[in-house]
Design a protein around this ligand. Structure first.
Ligand code: APR
Length: 235
């Protein structure tokens, strides 16, 4: 790793691993199952078409569970970086929880959507949402009983990729935290960052599928690794 003062713009990618120590299951740990369904089989448009109640119940359960969890020291450290870093900063998260925001981070982009919006399949409007969807409540904008989770399912396009690639083009540093590098396009961002000349750092519990692409990989729990790195950056 070179010296820190030539770093102006940072892009951070977070995955389920940053929320693991808050008690939110990751996807590909040995768990990774829900009511005998692989998560990949529940989080798809086909599953929603085939069995909407199953999918709505899955997301109702996770939306409610997240509200009982708290941000951890890793979320808090990124919020502190956001507050103190005078250069460019974008926290791109694959997570659909709101722990980055609840820790106080502002420059957050949810590329896989959020538990806390409902998306109307009739009028296409997204509305802030905290409760269940299983009872088919009316859309706040158009009243149609056509709300779905505002979560990017397998086979759907992640959100705001143009903004993400734009930030990557300006990035001097790309840091990946708590992601397995199993799902594209998120998993490919490190390659883009590296091709564009950014320094790349991975903070993860174990080596990931993308580790070979990083200039440096530090292994350990996010609640230890992230505060340590933020301390290096903002002192
Ligand atoms: N600290 C740091 N990293 C951790 C911790 C921890 N305490 N616990 C687990 N990890 C790491 C795991 O080693 C793994 O590499 O976090 C990663 C979690 O990987 P996944 O479960 O695959 O989650 P993620 O990479 O976010 O999945 C990407 O796949 O299921 C889809 O859309 C969903 O956003 C998700 C995407």
């Amino acid at each position: 790793m070179g010296d820190m003062q030539d770093i102006r713009n940072i892009v951070i990618l977070t995955g389920a691993g940053i929320s693991a120590e808050s008690g939110i299951d990751t996807f590909r740990s040995d768990g990774g199952l829900w009511e005998q369904h692989r998560v990949e089989d529940v989080a798809t448009p086909e599953a929603f078409a085939r069995n909407p109640d199953l999918v709505l119940r899955f997301y109702d359960m996770r939306r409610a569970a997240v509200q009982t969890k708290l941000p951890n020291a890793a979320h808090d450290a990124l919020a502190r970086l956001d507050e103190k870093w005078t250069g460019g900063l974008l926290i791109v998260t694959q997570n659909v929880d709101d722990l980055h925001e609840r820790a106080g981070a502002a420059r957050v982009l949810h590329m896989h959507g959020s538990h806390f919006n409902a998306w109307c399949t009739y009028c296409d409007r997204r509305s802030p949402w905290r409760g269940p969807l299983i009872d088919r409540p009316p859309c706040p904008a158009c009243n149609a009983r056509a709300l779905r989770p505002d979560v990017v399912w397998f086979g759907e396009m992640p959100y705001r990729m143009d903004e993400i690639y734009g930030a990557l083009r300006q990035a001097d540093m790309f840091v990946s935290i708590g992601t397995s590098g199993a799902v594209y396009p998120a998993a490919g961002l490190v390659q883009g960052a590296r091709d564009l000349g950014a320094r790349t750092l991975e903070l993860n519990l174990e080596r990931s599928q993308g580790s070979d692409w990083f200039h440096e990989t530090r292994l350990g729990p996010a609640t230890m690794m992230v505060p340590e790195w933020v301390e290096e950056m903002v002192g």
